[in-house]
Design a binder for this molecule. Sequence first.
Ligand SMILES: [Zn+2]
Length: 54
Amino acid sequence: MSSDGQVKSRKPCTFKCLRCGLEYDGSYIPAVMEELHCPQCDSNSQRRLKEKKK
Ligand SMILES: [Zn+2]
């Protein structure tokens, strides 16, 4: 299979919870606005810190 253009690949990224301050690794899809939840306090106020490079 080699169909480019419809790839929804998740990018690994570090997130930080603005509520409890927890930093954790996760992933997101750039074209999709996802609501993220903190694994610790379940807040949806999450901020992307940086993308990881493979
Ligand atoms: Zn949190």
